[in-house]
Design a protein around this ligand. Structure first.
Ligand code: MN
Ligand code: MN
Length: 450
């Protein structure tokens, strides 16, 4: 276990390799700001790495409704011995446009949003924002939209009150109440449409949407448009040792998992990588880890191997599986150290954090990994020369959180949380350590190769 900065034992050559790995990671963060974009980026890499959708192959993948991916590498042992599974999530906190979002007021066109996941609302005002997503028209045609990422694109903004006038409305309130969810309204335009009598500014942006995407206002009802930060991932620090970027919870796990899996050739045990959706809202819904997609995918895997996939076999495969729930943990915050119990907390730069249990208020809602399995995983990491640490999420009763671990633990498989520590979690600009990103990748690969 790493009890001091891992950087202290890295050579110049190591640091070069670690920094090189982070370059690919930053590109991934920039092109995968939504779950659908993450799916496109992940499947493109999988195809480049010889994965296909024909289940008779050794390296296969499938996509669930454009928002979730499962990828499998065939091993040599009998599949009834179970799988090695690593699961990460590719959704991130954001603001979704409401289904009837657009209105005009005081000569401005505005969009109403409904936030997704646990955000601190005050962090989303007064920062440049982009709109990403899909509009599915009534005839079924779907149009991808991405505005605010190219250098010459416009960006969007949620306004905030000037300090001169915010005393009663904001400053005297509790931080969590200062910004009302209904006030997370996106500024969308201000030019009036010539000749329009009613709502000319709204008519103007609607005309632009019609010209650019062939869509009408009613098409927004069947759209999934996500408002995300418009900034790109960047190196942080004089020494460039950290990465700042949106959506690192949990795309740091998704990227390291993808790279880890792609490097696995002819493993002993069968390997399954899951890139799931809807973790940030409690793993509910048809693209979450709790949907039947896992069974549907494994049905196809088994038939691809010429095995009849009956329910008893499926139960056995899942029961005997070993899994890592690949999700981030909150690193000790340099300026708010008091929320952590520092003897049982994770730190930036000491490698992925193994978290035996999550949950809140006395482990409620936790999947508490078995001690035997904790020992197995730490032995594996030690044997593979991987830097790792262990920690809980914050002090007892300070708050808490959960991951998808408990949803896979119900099958009876061994599962433990393991992922990079990050700072400023769930904010528009999260922070990770390049060393942790690299060691997490090595950890997932070692797990698959075990
Ligand atoms: Mn997460
Ligand atoms: Mn999260």
């Amino acid at each position: 276990m790493q009890r001091q900065s891992g950087w202290r034992s890295k050579s110049k050559e190591d640091i070069k390799e670690i920094y090189g790995f982070a370059e690919g990671y930053k590109s991934f963060l920039d092109e995968a700001k939504t779950e659908r974009e993450a799916v496109r980026s992940i499947t493109r890499t999988l195809e480049e790495e010889g994965f296909g959708m024909d289940f008779s192959g050794d390296r296969v993948f499938a996509v669930n409704r454009g928002k979730e991916v499962m990828a499998f590498v065939r091993g040599s042992v009998d599949i009834s011995e179970g799988l090695n599974i690593v699961v990460a999530h590719i959704d991130a906190p954001r603001l979704d446009l409401k289904q009837n979002p657009l209105y005009e007021d005081i000569d401005l066109a505005l969009l109403r949003t409904h936030y997704y996941g646990g955000i601190k609302k005050y962090q989303w005002v007064a920062v440049p924002l982009a709109i990403h997503g899909v509009v599915v028209k009534s005839d079924g045609e779907s149009v991808d939209i991405c505005i605010g990422e190219k250098d010459d694109d416009p960006v969007f903004l949620i306004d905030d009150l000037l300090p001169h006038l915010s005393r009663k409305t904001q400053d005297e309130k509790k931080l969590g109440d200062a910004i009302d969810g209904e006030k997370l309204v996106v500024l969308f335009g201000s030019l009036p449409l010539t000749g329009a009598e009613k709502e000319p500014v709204k008519q103007y942006v609607l005309k632009m949407l019609g010209d650019a995407y062939g869509m009408t206002e009613d098409d927004l009802i069947s759209a999934e448009l996500e408002v995300v930060p418009a900034f790109k991932a960047r190196d942080v620090g004089m020494d460039r040792s950290m990465v700042g970027g949106y959506g690192q919870d949990d795309r740091v796990s998704a990227y390291t998992l993808l790279k880890g899996l792609c490097g696995v050739k002819d493993p002993r045990r069968h390997c399954l990588a899951i890139f799931t959706d809807k973790e940030e809202i409690g793993s509910e819904g048809s693209t979450s880890i709790r949907s039947a997609f896992l069974h549907v995918f494994l049905d196809d895997v088994l038939s691809g191997m010429g095995i009849k996939a009956d329910e008893a076999l499926m139960r056995k495969v899942l029961f005997r599986s070993k899994a890592l729930s690949a999700d981030v943990n909150g690193a000790v915050d340099p300026t708010y150290q008091e929320v952590h119990e520092k003897q049982n907390a994770c730190y930036l730069g000491r490698g992925p954090c193994i978290t035996k249990f999550t949950g809140h208020m006395g482990k409620i809602g936790a999947s508490d990994a078995n001690a035997e399995y904790v020992a197995e995983i730490t032995r594996l990491f030690d044997g593979s020369g991987i830097m790792w640490q262990t920690g809980e999420l914050g002090k007892i009763d300070e708050g808490g959180g959960g991951t998808v671990a408990k949803h896979l633990a119900v099958y009876g498989m061994e599962i433990i949380d393991c992922g990079a520590p990050i700072l400023v979690m769930h904010s528009p600009y999260e922070l990770s350590s390049k060393l942790d990103i690299f060691e997490t990748y090595r950890a997932f690969q070692a797990f698959f190769k075990a």
